[in-house]
Design a protein around this ligand. Structure first.
Ligand SMILES: Cc1cc2nc3c(=O)[nH]c(=O)nc-3n(C[C@H](O)[C@H](O)[C@H](O)COP(=O)(O)OP(=O)(O)OC[C@H]3O[C@@H](n4cnc5c(N)ncnc54)[C@H](O)[C@@H]3O)c2cc1C
Ligand code: FES
Length: 233
């Protein structure tokens, strides 16, 4: 992988762990927007993530913060396995431990932001959009059903496969913030030097202790949870 850690260092809130209760659960196509009471946790910087206790599983699961309305933290969850399915099945009033905010988020000090999201990769973009004053956004989904999640980013341009979201990126794209499947991020990395890309790797702790998330960054093996998840192309 050829990308670099963010050169900027934005002061972010210290992470904390709290037991939070579920306030609501909204279905958006196959995804669930899980709304938790915020408690004393800081929502952090867009692109940062939280470790959510997944009921019945030993390890928590990393989730990007999707929205931070007053008193709430909301996460868009794709039920791809046992942990995410358990999160999507939480009833209102249930309680889970949440730890964060973690990692390095997006550098918001840019002139011409363009948000690019693919599938569940749109998760961190609504919070980023709010922080950036609702810039243009282009989103790609596998099906019309998956595209229901685009309601979180009103005004976005949307494509559904076989069209690819990269086809909506203009020749002079400005400052790209992207999150999505690895082939999408690779295509953007090659085409848009300097793009801010939110990557994923399996994570067990989220704060640098387990080395489960090691990836190659600019020729060195690094923990993605510490150096990322947002990296510059
Ligand atoms: C920083 C970060 C932010 C994330 N934000 C979100 C989010 O906002 N919403 C969301 O739905 N998901 C997000 N994910 C992915 C999510 O954490 C995983 O899908 C989840 O941990 C899978 O747990 P599971 O028990 O449901 O499935 P598992 O059984 O653990 O995994 C299901 C399948 O996905 C693969 N997999 C698991 N984790 C990852 C990963 N991180 N990268 C690539 N493949 C993986 C497994 O190999 C397996 O094939 C994020 C991951 C990271 C690292
Ligand atoms: S998830 Fe444990 S070191 Fe990164």
């Amino acid at each position: 992988m050829s990308f670099v850690a963010q050169s900027h260092k934005v002061e972010s809130a210290l992470p904390a762990r709290e037991l939070l209760s579920v306030r609501g659960r909204d279905e958006l196509g196959p995804y669930t927007l899980l709304r938790l009471e915020r408690g004393g946790l800081d929502p952090g910087i867009p692109g940062q993530f939280f470790m959510l206790e997944a009921p019945g599983r030993l390890l928590p699961r990393p989730m990007s913060l999707c929205l931070a309305p007053p008193g709430e933290l909301a996460f868009l969850v794709d039920p791809v396995g046992p942990g995410t399915r358990a999160l999507c099945a939480l009833e209102v009033g249930a309680e889970i431990h949440v730890f964060g905010p973690l990692g390095n988020g997006f550098d918001l000090a840019v002139e011409r932001p363009l948000l690019v999201g693919g599938g569940i990769g749109i998760a961190p973009l609504p919070y980023a959009s709010e922080a950036l004053g609702n810039p243009p956004a282009v989103l790609g989904f596998r099906s019309e059903r998956h595209a229901q999640a685009a309601s979180l980013l009103p005004g976005a341009d949307i494509v559904v496969e076989p069209l690819l979201v990269t086809e909506l990126i203009p020749d002079e794209p400005g400052d790209v913030f992207a999150c999505g499947p690895e082939p999408m991020l690779e295509a953007i990395r090659v085409r848009v030097p300097g793009a801010q890309l939110a990557w994923e790797a399996p994570m067990a702790c989220g704060y640098g202790a387990c080395y489960g998330c090691v990836v190659e960054i600019a020729g060195h093996y690094e923990r993605l949870c510490v150096r990322g998840p947002v990296l510059r192309a």
